[in-house]
Design a protein around this ligand. Sequence first.
Ligand SMILES: NC(=O)c1ccc[n+]([C@@H]2O[C@H](COP(=O)([O-])OP(=O)(O)OC[C@H]3O[C@@H](n4cnc5c(N)ncnc54)[C@H](OP(=O)(O)O)[C@@H]3O)[C@@H](O)[C@H]2O)c1
Length: 247
Amino acid sequence: MEKILEGQTALVTGGSRGIGAAVVDRLAAMGARVAATATTMDGAAHLGTRLGDAGGRGYCLDVCNDEAMDTVLKQVRQDLGSPSILINNAGITRDQLLLRMKDEDWDLVIQTNLRAVYRLSRLCVRDMLKAQYGRIVNITSVVGMMGNAGQSNYAAAKAGVAGFSRALAREVASRRVTVNCVAPGFIETDMTSGLPQDHRESLLHQVPAARLGSPADVAAAVAYLVSPEAGYVTGETLQVNGGLWMG
Ligand SMILES: NC(=O)c1ccc[n+]([C@@H]2O[C@H](COP(=O)([O-])OP(=O)(O)OC[C@H]3O[C@@H](n4cnc5c(N)ncnc54)[C@H](OP(=O)(O)O)[C@@H]3O)[C@@H](O)[C@H]2O)c1
């Protein structure tokens, strides 16, 4: 693979599994020094081992912990240089019908999937603006567009990230910093592995591509948006959903 990201540092949250892991591998293969995060020391150590040869590192980060976020970003800057690429990928679900939704499940999903995106973007964008170059890609979801029963917290957070991204894109576009979203449909990861079989089958009937997506499908979309040649694409959401929803 052509090393078109050589010399750049990319920060990827939630790089230990699923979509984040595929993004980490893809960006490293494109030549970036990748700083990837996991929520445990063990996960961070595994990432470090995986990325060592490519000049990247693993870090332990809970994106809900502001102090840890500040510390990790400082460390990344010291170790690998200021990120010119930020992939806000870390995300969780806490599904429940609204009538049974607990306040703590609402708050945790909003904090992890929306507030952390705002906060880490704010921390990273200053150096991108100074350098007059940057790429922010936020992983949203088809659910933020379509809605999904039992996921009002998740849909609200993901739709919020899309709006946030368009607003930030307008603030920073003149300094060659782009802000985009990739909105996966249903992708084979730990997040979807718990879906009951009948739900899975009914989902497959709604996907024109007749399969769930792979993490690599999503990583390919991210790879385009972080590439230098995507410089005129900003405020956009790239759907990677096998045709499940067409905007
Ligand atoms: N899978 C899908 O069908 C699908 C569809 C649409 C959108 N998405 C979005 O794609 C992104 C990745 O999803 P996935 O399916 O790859 O999920 P996953 O397999 O469940 O992995 C989640 C990742 O996020 C990390 N993470 C969780 N809570 C965190 C926290 N508080 N702080 C920092 N990191 C945290 C996890 O770290 P640990 O390994 O340390 O726990 C893990 O690396 C999410 O934003 C998700 O909403 C997924």
